[in-house]
Design a protein around this ligand. Structure first.
Ligand code: PBG
Length: 317
């Protein structure tokens, strides 16, 4: 059954997908939870963002709630890496505590990928002969997704780009009685050079090769559109382009072809570019940031993942 109700569950979700107006309620703030760190580590490439301990994450979360942030996406960074079994209990604990603090005032999304969990730094499991093991990858992703949703996450955001993962995750959630948990798919995600600052934060750089065998080739528009259409057919509730500004041309076509809300991820490299321009006094950071959001909104983005969501109120949004 098609469940259109998933995006109507809370006021925070309804505001996020509103097609009228534009404000902070449509900006999603990333938060990095690093199991292995003993104190908050500010990220030099992403001013205002840190790798958090559980305690510092909760402090930041409360500050962000007070600053009006209503959408969060959590990036788990486990202390120990493995190539087969992934422990995500530390994420469940964090989600429960965030939920306790926020009630239904804010949505908690969780980036659902294994690249921070694998020794290889890849978004898929490899078999003993070094080939991508799709079935093992799907089941690893669904174990993580269920941990997150059971702990109280509003929805999951698969960012891995492996074929078939949205269908698999939808079935896993439905099978466990979470048929109202939405999936925000990173549906048009390019193999981009602009993820550098993030990979340091998430400790997820590939240890061999690159991600071009599963992420999209920047030269291919048809594949980029097909990839989002496919996620829609498999049951995604929300779609996304990534990186944001470089993919602005695709946002409206994806919406027209699927009818789903389409967001944009203003990725680490985009955000850091603004910060570096400002540092060299070539840009007014605040004005540049708001302009970059307006550009994405004009291109048709319903929601935007941005490292500056917590600044929005101060910027008059
Ligand atoms: C994990 C993931 C990545 C980003 C979001 N989720 C890294 C990647 O695919 O290499 C990038 C976010 C950013 O650069 O801000 N798969």
């Amino acid at each position: 059954m098609k469940r259109l109700q998933r995006l109507r569950a809370t006021a925070a979700l309804r505001d996020m997908v509103s097609e009228i107006g534009f404000g902070q309620s449509q900006l999603i703030q990333p938060l990095f939870l690093a199991e292995g760190v003993t104190k908050e580590e500010p990220l030099s490439g992403l001013p205002g963002n840190s790798r958090h301990t559980l305690t510092s994450l909760l402090t930041q979360f409360e500050k962000d709630l007070a600053a009006g942030v209503r959408q969060f996406i959590l990036f788990p960074v486990p202390a120990n890496k493995s190539n087969r079994s992934f422990q995500a209990e530390f994420v469940g604990t964090a989600i429960q505590q965030m939920r306790q603090r926020a009630g239904t005032d804010a949505s908690i999304w969780v980036d659902t990928c294994i690249c921070s969990f694998t020794e290889t730094g890849h978004c898929c499991v490899h078999d003993s002969r070094g080939r991508q093991d799709l079935a093992a990858t799907h089941s690893a992703l669904s174990v993580l997704a269920l941990t997150y949703v059971k702990a109280g996450a509003d929805g999951i955001a698969p960012s891995d780009m492996n074929d078939g993962r949205v269908a698999h995750l939808r079935a896993a959630l439905d099978g466990a009685g979470h048929d109202l948990a939405p999936i925000m798919s990173y549906s048009t995600k390019f193999a981009s050079n602009f993820y550098g600052p993030f990979r340091d934060a998430a400790d997820s750089a590939p240890q061999f090769g690159d991600r071009r065998s599963y992420q999209l080739d920047v030269r291919n528009r048809s594949d980029a559109l097909a990839s989002s259409r496919r996620c829609a057919e498999e049951g995604a509730d929300l779609l996304m382009v990534k990186p944001g500004q470089p993919s602005a041309d695709l946002i409206r076509p994806i919406h027209e072809q699927t009818g789903l809300p389409v967001g944009a991820y203003q990725v680490s490299g985009e955000y850091t570019s603004l910060a570096l321009l400002a540092k060299e006094k070539f840009l007014d950071f605040d004005k540049g940031l708001v302009e970059s959001w307006h550009n994405l909104r004009r291109a048709g983005a319903t929601f935007i993942i941005t490292y500056g969501a917590r600044l929005a109120r101060g910027l008059g949004l």
